[in-house]
Design a protein around this ligand. Structure first.
Ligand SMILES: [Fe+2]
Ligand SMILES: [Fe+2]
Length: 156
């Protein structure tokens, strides 16, 4: 099957987030290539996806919290639902089921619905928030991650 490639339409306008979102494309392509009987490979993709739900979602939620994003709770709830769904695939897979097709559908849906809409929405808010903070240049010490992001926007 032809591989899915990253398109500008998937970009949320922040490179650090785009880089993390590209992992979804990697998983989709790996699932397309995978032999359904290659359970070791499917297991690895599932584990990677679970790792993604932990690291990427924590990263996003930290940024949204720091920027006082008004829809943080709703966004976090959507992350939780996705996390539970993937955990359920893992449970069923471990019980011997074939979940590769369902996982593929869920990831493809996530890319188009969540990343292109909800992530793009908060990324836009973050840009505005940190540009404003950089312009005000208040001498408040910020934790490492936020300081780096503020510098990133200040340099634009
Ligand atoms: Fe995301
Ligand atoms: Fe998100």
């Amino acid at each position: 099957m032809a591989h899915l490639e990253w398109q500008n339409g998937f970009s949320v306008g922040l490179e650090v987030l785009d880089q993390q979102h590209m992992r979804i494309i990697d998983y989709l392509n790996a699932l397309d290539d995978a032999d359904v009987n290659d359970r070791a490979l499917i297991a690895r993709i599932l584990d990677e996806t679970i790792d993604y739900t932990q690291t990427h979602f924590t990263y996003e939620e930290t940024l949204m919290e720091e920027a006082s994003y008004p829809f943080l709770r709703a966004h976090t709830r959507v992350h939780e639902l996705f996390t539970h769904r993937v955990a359920d695939y893992k449970r069923r897979f471990d019980a011997g089921e074939d979940v590769a097709r369902e996982l593929h559908e869920t990831l493809a849906h996530w890319l188009v619905r969540h990343i292109k809409r909800e992530d793009a929405d908060y990324a836009k808010y973050l840009r505005a928030h940190f540009v404003k903070a950089a312009a005000a240049s208040r001498p408040t010490p910020a934790p490492g991650l936020i300081a780096r992001i503020r510098r990133f926007f200040a340099d634009e």
